[in-house]
Design a protein. Structure first.
Length: 417
């Protein structure tokens, strides 16, 4: 009788262990990229912004707590990757595949020089966060992005610039001067650009521009347009100078031509319409139309459209106008905040130089629920970054059950003897 009781206990233990392990395995799986954020020569009072992608390799939605630890934990805040991110967040929903978040890092003014290290941990949550009454042990999984911040006392003002091109244009049409600038320092820079225009060796005009601020490490294309109203056609040249602070980092001369008005072909393509943001009442949607200038002259373009809710026209819209360089691509952006739930449709088109492209549509459902993310996400899978513990959990489950089965067989043999 005692042997039968021991055998029964082993069987019961096997059943409950199997339930525990498989329940745990079903909740496992999370990964992040990048695995390391490194900020060298970090300056005080400057906000550094980094993107972190959190991957869910499973099919079910995951919730994760965001836990920040280490020397610099008070400097780091995590936000949703949306135009209206709002307040910092301490948890995220990963509804399959992936979701992006923004890490904003600011070094306090009174920080001493040195290396500071922290970790941004994403810990999967138990299913009990929902309204479900399911209980039981759950295997929690952590994915980590490490942060290293090297704070120095030296303010570095430096940049690298390249004159991409000066495009030919028609008389009375702007001549775009395109420059690629990268901030190589550790403080925010607003590059200065000067262009001296000449014809037949005689200076006829000088234009200057202070570009928008560029964060340390960022690279941006700057376009300076020269208005040439009332000038004659012919060959011209420009000496372009770029400054980072008071430091001259580029001086280059390039020729270009003005030709009679109406000579060059105007042609463009409306390549894509897309949206980013949460399809929730009161949250901003970013509507982006991609325009490619395949003509022979820089072209001004604007995204326009109509907004329908439940098949009823409720509004029209128009983006800011942008000048698109020859063979250049620009995203024409409009921000829209829906005020009511329903089925929405955006009928969009692009107008350029009195020409109109074909129409493209977006259809989406706006909800009252904050559970609906609605964000277009085209991330690729992480390459060797983050952690994918699902296979490890399965191995643990298999080994545990195998061990219990073997123990049960031994017990049964002893009873038979």
């Amino acid at each position: 009788m005692k042997g039968d009781f021991n055998t029964l206990k082993l069987i019961t233990l096997l059943i409950f262990t199997s339930i525990f392990v498989f329940h745990a395995v079903s909740a496992a799986g999370i990964a992040v990229t990048p695995s390391l954020i490194n900020i060298s020569d970090a300056a005080r009072s400057i906000e550094y912004e980094k993107t972190i992608t959190v991957f869910n390799p499973g099919n079910n939605e995951l919730m994760a707590d965001i836990m920040i630890s280490g020397d610099a934990k008070e400097w780091i805040r995590i936000y949703e990757d949306t135009p209206d991110a709002g307040e910092p967040i301490n948890e995220i929903s990963i509804p399959g595949k992936s979701v992006r978040v923004k890490a904003k890092i600011t070094v306090p003014e009174d920080t001493a020089n040195g290396m500071y290290r922290s970790e941004i941990n994403f810990d999967t949550k138990s299913p009990e966060y929902s309204d479900s009454t399911e209980t039981g042990a759950v295997l929690k999984v952590r994915a980590t992005t490490k942060v290293e911040i090297d704070v120095t006392g030296t303010e570095i003002i430096n940049g690298e610039a390249q004159l991409l091109r000066i495009s030919d244009s028609e008389v009375n049409y702007p001549v775009p001067i395109e420059i690629m600038f990268q901030n190589k320092g550790n403080v925010v820079l607003a590059p200065g650009i000067t262009a001296v225009i000449s014809k037949d060796g005689i200076n006829i005009d000088t234009i200057t521009k202070t570009a928008s601020e560029i964060k340390p490490g960022d690279k941006e294309k700057i376009i300076v347009n020269w208005e040439n109203n009332g000038l004659e056609s012919g060959d011209y040249s420009a000496i372009v100078t770029v400054y980072a602070g008071d430091n001259e980092i580029l001086r280059e001369e390039t020729g270009f031509s003005l030709i009679p008005e109406g000579t060059l072909t105007r042609k463009g393509e409306f390549r894509e319409i897309k949206y980013d943001g949460k399809t929730v009442v009161g949250r901003i949607l970013k509507i982006s139309g991609t325009f490619v200038n395949i003509g022979e002259i820089p072209t001004k373009a604007v995204l326009k459209g109509e907004i329908y809710r439940n098949n009823e026209l409720i509004d029209t819209f128009e983006s800011d106008e942008l000048t698109v360089t020859v063979m250049g691509t620009e995203n024409l952006v409009y921000y829209y905040k829906p005020e009511s739930p329903g089925d929405y449709k955006f009928i969009t088109y692009i107008v350029y130089e009195d020409k109109k492209t074909d129409e493209k549509e977006i259809s989406l459902t706006i909800s009252d629920s904050s559970e609906n993310s609605g964000s277009l996400d085209k991330d690729s899978e992480p390459a060797g970054t983050g952690k994918s513990p699902l296979s490890t959990a399965l191995i643990i489950a298999a080994v545990t059950i195998f061990a219990l089965v073997m123990a049960l067989k031994v017990a049964i043999r002893k009873e038979k003897r």
